[in-house]
Design a protein around this ligand. Structure first.
Ligand code: FPP
Length: 252
């Protein structure tokens, strides 16, 4: 083994040793596909294509490292403003990803779920998602949650509409509305809040992601662009999380 190889093997070993506490739920803002592509003289869509490879890598890494829930911000409500060509390309990538990955989801007993205004997605995408969600709904080997046509404010708004309907129907009183009721009306109420929120590409923003659920999530921002965020980078994020002292507003 060369000295350089030995050093990187040692680093990998110490990184793995540092992950002595694994988050149950990791949420990721996958940012930087466009810049990654631009830096290489490629089209934005090629950046998204490479980003899809990273999605596969991180899904596998979650299984390997014991992360039970992975939520990926794949398409926001604001992303509908992007050029039609880019939107269509992203939707095609999504369909391709689903058809390619479904066997791996079965193999690992991973359940696919979606958070967002799924009815706004093109019919073909809805069909492909519904098919895989149905086929994997009984699995308990972890959950892959795709945030699609998702916005944190949209989710809170949708929850308020649901609650207002219950008040109108007389099944709920205004005095009965508390945080538990609001949480119960979010898109996926049974999913625990993220322990760790990762953002790639260095931007210090939440970008309307999981506004309700991330109140006490630990944050990890890396300059690495999403297409380059492979297992080693993911492990760095988990090692950072393992070193955090979560107090949830308490003093211990
Ligand atoms: C942000 O990068 C990324 C997106 C808006 C889309 C993310 C999509 C993928 C990773 C691929 C498809 C997803 C799945 C689940 C198969 P950006 O385009 O804003 O990058 P930039 O800020 O550098 O321009």
């Amino acid at each position: 083994m060369t000295r350089k190889n030995k050093r990187s093997a040692d680093n990998a070993t110490s990184l793995t040793a540092a992950i002595n506490k694994v988050p149950q739920h990791v949420a990721i803002i996958m940012d930087g596909n466009g810049r990654w592509a631009k830096a290489r003289g490629l089209s934005r869509l090629q950046g998204h294509k490479e980003g899809t490879e990273t999605v596969s890598t991180i899904v596998r890494a979650c299984k390997k490292l014991g992360v039970k829930y992975l939520t990926l911000y794949a398409f926001s409500v604001e992303n509908w403003c992007r050029p039609k060509q880019e939107i269509n390309g992203l939707m095609k990538l999504l369909i391709h990803f689903l058809s390619k990955k479904v066997s791996e989801l079965h193999e690992n007993k991973v359940r696919l779920r979606v958070a967002g205004r799924i009815h706004d997605l093109p019919g073909k995408v809805q069909e492909a998602l519904t098919q895989v969600m149905k086929a994997t709904e009984h699995y308990d080997g972890g959950q892959l949650i795709l945030a699609l046509s998702y916005g944190g404010r949209a989710e809170i708004t949708d929850a308020i509409v649901k609650i207002a309907k219950q008040v109108k129907a007389g099944t709920l009183t205004p005095a009965g509305i508390d945080e538990n009721v609001i949480a119960a009306n979010m898109y996926l109420p049974d999913v625990p809040d993220p322990d760790l929120l990762i953002r790639t590409s260095g931007e210090m923003r939440i970008s309307n992601f999981l506004l309700w659920q991330i109140s006490y999530s630990e944050l990890y921002v890396t300059d690495v662009m999403w297409p380059d965020f492979k297992e080693e980078e993911f492990k760095k994020a988990l090692a950072s999380y393992a070193g955090r002292h979560r107090r949830f507003g308490n003093i211990k």
